[in-house]
Write a protein that binds this ligand. Structure first.
Ligand SMILES: Cc1cc2nc3c(=O)[nH]c(=O)nc-3n(C[C@H](O)[C@H](O)[C@H](O)COP(=O)(O)O)c2cc1C
Length: 216
């Protein structure tokens, strides 16, 4: 009888030990997800490896009818740059763009030294950029006043600014010089004028000539 109860005791102990071991395994499985990086941590790690991390070139442009936009997109592609469209808070209508009308919005703005058309949206972390390719159409030989708004909205000191424009026929002329006073401490390089339908090769040739790849 004593022998039988000893065997039963051993069996009981074995059962208890098995139960404990199973519980241990369950705990380990429950811990595993906690050791997996959170979604936020994974996203941070991915951002650290994106090509834009430490990216230093921004193409910032305004375009009322799409010509400068097309050039800006080609330039951003060629330079591997980020791109920002300067969007007017109040869009320009066809009537606004009527340069034959002395009372049109654009005529009035260009004749008003203090005009600063409002911009919708902002460049995030402007401080990360070393070089700004600045694009705009020529309006009466000058940059549209919304470009002045843009220049007054950020601190460009220590940055290199390289202007480009599109026009019917006018050269870049004094349009860039007249904005230089709005970006104190910036280094302005010589700008370039493109025709409305500038080709990929034309824009790429210009971007390549700037030697920007060494700054990426
Ligand atoms: C209000 C206004 C004024 C313009 N003034 C000039 C000008 O002085 N010289 C010129 O060659 N083209 C002039 N243009 C033509 C634009 O510079 C040209 O079409 C430009 O490529 C437009 O660029 P966007 O499509 O990016 O707005 C003018 C256009 C507008 C709407």
């Amino acid at each position: 009888m004593k022998y039988l109860s000893a065997i039963l005791s051993v069996l009981l102990l074995a059962c208890v030990l098995t139960a404990c071991t199973s519980g241990g395994n369950a705990e380990i499985i429950q811990n595993t997800p906690e050791e997996t990086p959170s979604q936020e941590e994974s996203a941070d790690a991915a951002n650290e490896n994106t090509p834009n991390d430490g990216g230093k070139i921004l193409v910032a442009y305004f375009s009322a009818t799409g010509n400068t936009k097309a050039v800006a997109e080609k330039a951003a592609d060629a330079a591997g740059a980020d791109i920002f469209e300067i969007v007017p808070a109040v869009p320009y209508t066809d009537d606004d763009l009527d340069y034959g009308n002395d009372n049109s919005r654009t005529t009035q703005e260009q004749n008003d030294d203090s005009a600063r058309p409002e911009i919708s949206g902002t460049v995030e972390n402007m401080e990360q950029y070393d070089t700004i390719l600045l694009g705009y159409p020529i309006w009466w030989g000058q940059a549209p006043k919304i470009m002045y708004t843009f220049m007054e909205s950020y601190d460009f000191s220590g940055k290199t600014i390289i202007p480009f424009c599109t026009s019917g026929s006018s050269p870049i002329g004094s349009s860039d010089e007249n904005m230089q006073g709005l970006a104190e401490g910036a280094d302005w390089l010589e700008g370039i004028r493109f025709p409305g339908g500038a080709s990929d090769d034309e824009v790429k040739e210009w971007v390549d000539s700037l030697g920007l790849s060494s700054q990426e």
